[in-house]
Write a new protein. Structure first.
Length: 65
């Protein structure tokens, strides 16, 4: 599949970048992505908490951990 091939190529390029650049350098590139993921997860959990079933699911997940 074309998407899989391009995805693998991108991952290989990123791995090479991480190996050949300092953490300080590649952190500038990845930090906005990670921050956005955390923000989206928090928004999702907040919305889930607004529902009765959502609260139950979150409590169940927290017990599993």
């Amino acid at each position: 599949m074309e998407r899989d091939k391009s995805h693998i190529i991108h991952l290989e390029q990123w791995a090479k970048f991480v190996k050949t650049h300092s953490r300080k350098e590649w952190k500038k590139h990845i930090k906005p992505f990670i921050d956005a993921q955390v923000k989206k997860a928090n928004i999702f959990l907040r919305k889930l908490c607004e529902t009765k079933e959502g609260k139950k699911k979150i409590k169940r997940l927290l017990r599993i951990r």
